[in-house]
Design a protein around this ligand. Structure first.
Ligand SMILES: [Zn+2]
Length: 159
C-alpha cells in the first residue's frame, strides 16, 4: 500500500510532469528517494530534442549507478507519474534499485492515448514485473491519476 506520507513525492512527480509539458516535452516526472525519506534526485522527460530514450526513470537509474552504493540503491524508492516503460524497467532492474510507486499504469496510459487517437508507441507497454520480476511495484494511485490523465490530454488534444 502507498502510505499517505508518500503522496508528496508523487505530487512532485506530477509537478515535474507538468513542468515538462510547459516546455514542450511529454508529461512524465520521477523522484528518487533514499531509505531515510530524503529526495536524492529528480528528473522529467526530455525527449523533445529528438532522443526518445531520455525518460526520467532511465536518468535516475543511471544517476543511482554512479552516486549510490548497491545497498543504497536497493533501499531507495523511485516515485514516478507513469509506470516505467520496458527500457526504464530494465535499467531499474540492472542497477538494482528498490521499490517503484507509480501514479498511472502503462495500461491506463495506453487506454487514454487510444481514446485520444494517438498512434501506438514503438515499444510494448509491458508491466514492470514482466521486465524486472523482483522489483516491488505499487500503483496506480487513484488520488492523483486524474491529474496525470489531464496532462496527457493537454499534450494530445488539438488546441
Ligand atoms: Zn521509459
Amino acid at each position: 500500500m502507498v502510505d499517505t506520507a508518500e503522496l508528496p513525492y508523487l505530487r512532485r512527480c506530477v509537478e515535474l510532469a507538468a513542468e515538462a509539458l510547459e516546455v514542450g516535452d511529454e508529461p512524465f516526472g520521477s523522484v528518487l528517494v533514499g531509505a531515510d525519506g530524503t529526495v536524492l534526485a529528480e528528473d522529467r522527460n526530455r525527449v523533445a530534442g529528438g532522443d526518445s530514450t531520455q525518460h526520467p526513470e532511465f536518468a535516475l537509474a543511471r544517476w543511482s549507478a554512479s552516486h549510490l552504493t548497491p545497498q543504497e540503491r536497493a533501499a531507495a524508492t523511485v516515485y514516478t507519474s507513469g509506470e516505467h516503460c520496458p527500457m526504464c524497467a530494465a535499467a531499474h532492474g540492472w542497477v538494482g534499485l528498490g521499490r517503484i510507486v507509480y501514479v498511472a499504469s502503462s495500461e491506463q496510459l495506453v487506454g487514454w492515448l487510444e481514446e485520444l487517437g494517438v498512434p501506438a508507441a514503438p515499444v510494448s507497454a509491458l508491466p514492470i514485473n514482466a521486465v524486472a520480476p523482483h522489483v516491488t511495484v505499487e500503483g496506480p494511485v487513484p488520488e492523483l491519476t486524474d491529474e496525470v490523465r489531464a496532462l496527457h490530454r493537454r499534450l494530445h488534444s488539438a488546441p
